[in-house]
Structures are given as structure tokens and as C-alpha cells.
Design a protein around this ligand. Sequence first.
Ligand code: SAM
Length: 272
Amino acid sequence: MLRPEGQKRVTVMHMRTKKWARPELQACPFFIDAIKGPEAKTGALRGTWRPRFARPELPLHIEMGCGKAVSTAKMIAENPEINFIAADLSADILGVARRNITDACGENPGNVQLVMADICFVDQMFGPQEQAERIYIHFCNPWTEHPKHEKRRLTHPRQLMQYRTFLKESGEIWFKTDDDTLFEDSLAYFELCGFEPVTIGRDLHADGFTPNYISEHEEKYTALGIPIKYGVFRMKPETPDFDPTRFRLTPGVKKEAIERMNRGIILSHGEE
Ligand SMILES: C[S@@+](CC[C@H](N)C(=O)[O-])C[C@H]1O[C@@H](n2cnc3c(N)ncnc32)[C@H](O)[C@@H]1O
């Protein structure tokens, strides 16, 4: 197909269809379909999550875009005192995630829910009742090809302002990426959406940051010699007053927000 001059080809990697994935997910006692299931996009799932776990009172961690759950499976197995929700868009990918989780944790671990969901509509699935302690966003798609696509990033203010609604007070977002542009833009997003930096670094493995569970994409980019950028961001109590649906990250806004973020790290270490 001919493309207009100068237009780049966007290559989207699709996983080969796995015929076994959907039947296995439907039979899985810890799987929820929040895209086509009866409660999808109705808001009816809000507040229903904790009772699904063997011990509802445990802290809740949610992973957005878990992929094949390579790191998630290990995290679930090694942290029985935490309840995990792992969410992704694709049934084929979640089929592999389910197998990885059951291989690591047995057929019905009491501390995980696997969810097929579009995170763009995450506030229809989770509400203030969830009181999540932590959100993980690991190697989300960077969407750097066109400025119009930025709003699809899982760290975009459209998303961060939704996450605020179900994180508990001082809840945290743990973020990792290989992508420099996504990382720097995200620092500004976090600052503008009322998150303060607990820690930020541009070479996770050299820094020896722990605890760290290596995901499929982390392994891939590390093998290519690309340093992993990371940060932990804590939610401040005051909700910023702006409309994320109209948000555009201009260079001026980005520079000032990153400066404020860097000042925040120094203050958080008590080095005023
Ligand atoms: C690059 S992969 C990273 C997977 C994994 N976190 C890792 O580090 O290996 C990004 C994942 O995010 C999922 N994803 C992208 N957009 C999403 C959305 N709007 N809702 C849910 N999942 C999404 C994709 O299906 C894919 O599995």
C-alpha cells in the first residue's frame, strides 16, 4: 500500500492467536472478563474485588498491562501477604499469563485476580472502595510516533487522574520503561497529576534498585544494553484541578514540571 510521503510505517507486534487461551481463561477461577463480561463498563465491578481474594484484608497491588506476567507470577508466588490484580487487554497474552501464574503459584492461588480490561476505562472497573496500595506500570507502550497518540500512554494524565480515584492515601505508582521520551514525559505527567517522587533513576540495574522482578520486556531491553529508567511516585492528598482530557504536554510545561519533580526528590531525602 502506498503511504503519503514522509509518513512512517507504524509496526504493531501481534501475538499469534492462541486457540486454547480463551477456553482456559473462561475455566480459570481467578479470571474476570471486564471487556465483554456482563459487568463490563457498567461500573458494577467497582468495590467487588477484595471479597474475591482468600484474605480480603491484605494490601492490594494492581499491575496495568501485565503482558505474559513473567515478573508478576514470581511476585505473586513470593508475596503471599499481598493481593494482586494483573490486567491486560489481550486474551492471547492473558492465556500465557495464566499459565505462567499457575506454574509458579498452583491452579488457584488465593492472592491473584487476572483481568481482561482496557485500562483506558479503568475507573469503570475500580473505585474508591479498592484502596489500592500500589500500581505497577512496566514497559507500557511508549506511543512516541505521533503526538496525537500520547493520550494512549498508561502514564498519561487521562490515566493518572483515574488511578487517583482508587489508590489509597499515599498510595504509590511503580513505573519502569526502556524509553527515554516516555520516561521524561511521564515525570512531568506524574508531577502535574499530584504525585511526588520517592525515587527516580535512569539505570535500574546499575543502581541496584530492589525489590525488582524482571519482566519479559525488561529482560529483552536489558539484553540489548538499554538502561532501564524507573521511578516510584507517591500520591499527594490534594487532587490537582485540571481537565486531563484537554491536556497537552508543551515543552515549557514539561520543563517546569520536571524541575519541580527534581526539587521534590531532594526534599524527600531531607536535603533542602
Ligand atoms: C510492551 S508490553 C509490556 C508487558 C509487561 N508489562 C512487560 O514488562 O513485559 C505492554 C502490554 O500492555 C498491554 N496494554 C496496552 N494497552 C493497554 C490497555 N489500554 N489496557 C490494557 N492493557 C494494555 C498490552 O496488551 C501489552 O501486553
